[in-house]
Design a binder for this molecule. Structure first.
Ligand code: PHE
Length: 369
């Protein structure tokens, strides 16, 4: 008697024999594929070619019942089936068979071929630009400072002379951490809108003279478009000492722009406003695309606006002096500046859409290796 899942041999026509032996082999293949462990393989062996109960024994009975004129044909098919099944029940041969693809690959390894190279990573264009800016200032004796991205209202605004309700706060709306209503405003946490709060942290921690650049990520409630992103990067700078003047500011930034964009670049300073610098200025450089003649990139003006700066407002020193008396606004002075890294990277590399800097698209990034 045969188990129900084996096909039935109806007659000895070639078509019936084909489907009978084909069906048995398919069943075996299915079971063999599921037998992974040595134990399962042993079970498979007993079930199929066990000497007394093995399925092949039952099948061979069927074969013997074949009419004399068919016996040769049926016997041939049975032997083919048996030689397909037997080696696959033998642990050694079953193993030798399975990894054949990998094995044949191993046999054909040509050790004289070069190995598989792993592509090396590279600096992201944004980080590279940030490092290049920092390097220009490091060469002038600036050290590098970092500060937290989550700031208190005090460091992001108040200490920088944006009192509560000051209209300049509106230009730097940001995300605030939820459920802080019970805290006084100055202690409430928010995502910093600029790197300027690190100016204050640094001055509170060390007395003048001070020369520091601060690269970092900042957040603003700005709608994303081709040139804006609600999260972007700045490099801030601060220089404090005795007798620091606006000429020092101009000379430093003029040199930095020439070092970064090339010595033919010119700078010019326009009056501007920031609550924490007085006077304040916007710095423009002569257009690096047309050399100042006027083109689409500079809107025919010949100039491109690049950063904000100014002399540190004495009111800011006054607040810092509560913790570091050496920042007496009567004795020292200083300048500060801040620039957007994305804007500079986009100009330098001719990137038209800011979102490409955040896409992680290898087709974009591979151009900067
Ligand atoms: N923090 C200012 C901004 O984000 C830039 C700035 C920095 C201006 C330092 C003056 C001095 O707009």
């Amino acid at each position: 008697m045969q188990p129900a899942d084996l096909p039935e041999l109806k007659d000895y026509s070639p078509a019936s024999l084909d489907s009978y032996f084909g069906g048995i082999l398919a069943l075996f293949e299915k079971e063999a594929a599921a037998a992974g462990t040595p134990d399962e393989l042993e079970q498979l062996r007993i079930r199929w070619i066990g000497r007394k109960q093995g399925l092949l024994v039952g099948i061979s009975e069927d074969v013997k019942k074949a009419p004399a004129d068919q016996r040769r044909e049926v016997g041939k098919r049975f032997n083919a089936l048996k030689s397909a099944i037997e080696p696959r029940c033998d642990p050694e041969q079953a193993q030798a068979r399975t990894p054949s693809a990998a094995e044949s690959a191993a046999e054909s390894i040509d050790i004289t071929l070069p190995g598989t190279r792993r592509a090396l990573g590279a600096e992201h264009p944004l980080i590279r630009t940030m490092n290049e800016i920092v390097t220009v200032f490091a060469a002038m004796g600036y050290s590098v400072g970092l500060g937290p991205e989550v700031e208190t209202d005090y460091y992001n605004f108040e200490s920088l002379n944006f009192p509560p309700g000051h209209p300049a706060r509106d230009t730097q709306d940001t995300l605030v951490i939820a459920q802080q209503e019970r805290k006084p405003l100055r202690d409430r946490l928010l995502m910093r809108t600029h790197t300027s709060p690190v100016q204050i942290h640094t001055m509170e921690q060390q007395p003048p003279p001070l020369r520091i650049v601060i690269p970092g990520k900042v957040h603003r409630n700005d709608a994303a478009d081709a040139t804006h992103s609600p999260i972007f990067h700045q490099v801030e700078g601060l220089c404090v000492d005795t007798n620091i003047t606006f000429s020092d500011l101009k000379g430093t930034l003029d040199h930095a722009m020439k070092a970064f964009f090339g010595s033919s670049v010119k700078t010019r300073f326009f009056p501007s406003f920031f609550p924490f610098t007085e006077p304040s200025a916007d710095v423009q450089i002569s257009c690096i695309f047309c050399g100042g003649r006027g083109c689409r990139k500079c809107k025919q003006s010949g100039w491109i606006e690049l950063l904000g700066c100014g002399m540190v407002d004495p009111a800011v020193f006054g607040l810092v002096a509560r913790q570091q008396p050496a920042y007496d606004p009567k004795k020292i002075s200083g300048f500060a500046f801040g620039m957007g890294v994305e804007r500079i990277a986009m100009m330098k590399y001719g990137i038209g859409d800011i979102s490409q800097l955040y896409s992680g698209d290898m087709r974009f990034l591979e151009q900067f290796r």
